[in-house]
Design a protein around this ligand. Structure first.
Ligand code: UDP
Ligand code: MG
Length: 314
């Protein structure tokens, strides 16, 4: 019999967890796959850990990895992939926004030979207007800039086969990363399935607008080198502008004598410096990414695990 690992990242979800466990368990009991429920406690500050430990004590299909502190959703998913043992791994949120009812459909796709199952949101009832607009804008920008393409409305709800897990585990250990983007660009046999994002069962979203913005900028930087070329275009542009101004100045000099260009100088100076600083800033961002890559600090630190026998092979 084949096994499926459900990876669930948990950060302050004590209220949502019992309901999540109940619903997911119910669905998993009905499919004819072996299963393990792998929870990653991402340094929760509420009672989530106690709830998870309680679940793990009473059900040995519940596995638990507990981080030493909060490392973020992506790190939690990567840890889940690292420690998973299933032939298929499904990543989902603990707040039931990713309906467990989709699991049988995902497993059907897996049985049909698909290696990557990408869950695409058709409706996001809980996201506000601003979040929807910015999300759409983000995908427009990234698709225009990056050399790979991204599915709009894709989510952190996806399933990958063992083959794909091994690739993600070993070859995508970047420090600044976008797991969802990697999943979509792995290749293999891939299918998109639709789902309707539910409302959070309890608690509130952990992603602030500021976090999302940093996330968006990092994603653009790590999937595209185009911003670096901005310097070249800016150079050509200011060179051309300078040349035109020079011709104009010589012409006025021959006609009316030495020109008085105080305002022009100030405006141009501000404009040029703004462009220069912007480009230096962009280069700085890339250097920051290089630096964190070079330091090679761990993506996550595990405090302890429960019910996990196999050693992480990485
Ligand atoms: N999460 C996490 N670490 C974090 C933030 C979030 O593991 O630092 C988990 C969270 O518990 C949830 C999932 O990631 O299971 C998605 O988070 P959330 O629901 O807050 O995001 P949203 O659905 O609002 O995008
Ligand atoms: Mg959510």
């Amino acid at each position: 019999m084949k096994t499926v690992t459900i990876v669930v990242s948990v950060y302050n979800e004590e209220e949502a967890l019992p309901e999540f466990y109940r619903v997911t368990k119910e669905v998993l009991e009905q499919v004819d796959w072996e299963y393990e429920l792998l929870f990653v406690n991402d340094g929760s500050r509420d009672g989530s850990l106690a709830v998870l430990q309680h679940l793990a004590e009473n059900d040995d299909r519940v596995k638990l990895i507990s981080f030493s502190r909060n490392f973020g959703h992506e790190a939690a998913m990567i840890a889940g992939l690292d420690y998973s043992s299933g032939d298929m791994v499904i990543c989902m949120d603990a707040d039931l926004q990713h309906p467990p009812q989709c699991i049988p459909e995902i497993l059907q796709a897996a049985e049909a030979g698909y290696d990557v199952v990408n869950m695409v949101r058709t409706k996001n009832s809980s996201a506000g207007f601003l979040k929807r607009i910015t999300s759409a804008g983000f995908y427009k920008v990234i698709n225009a800039l990056a050399d790979v393409s991204f599915e709009e409305n894709a989510s952190d709800f996806f399933a990958v086969s063992r083959k794909a897990v091994e690739v993600l585990k070993h070859s995508y250990r970047e420090k600044v990363r976008f797991l969802r983007g990697y999943v979509q660009n792995l290749g293999f046999k891939r299918i998109n399935l639709e789902y309707e994002a539910g409302v959070r069962v309890a608690g509130k979203s952990k992603y602030s607008m500021k976090k999302l913005f940093t996330f968006a900028v990092n994603t653009i930087l790590c999937f595209s080198n185009l911003p670096l070329k901005l310097g070249i275009y800016a150079g050509i542009f200011s060179g051309a502008l300078g040349f035109l101004v020079m011709i104009y100045t010589i012409w006025t000099w021959t006609q009316v004598g030495t020109p008085d260009g105080y305002a022009t100088i100030v405006v141009l100076l501000c404009f040029m410096f703004a462009m220069l600083f912007l480009i230096v800033g962009i280069i700085g961002e890339y250097i920051a990414i290089l630096f964190s890559e070079l330091k090679d600090r761990p993506i996550y630190i595990v405090d302890f695990t429960t019910n996990i026998v196999q050693k992480r092979d990485r």
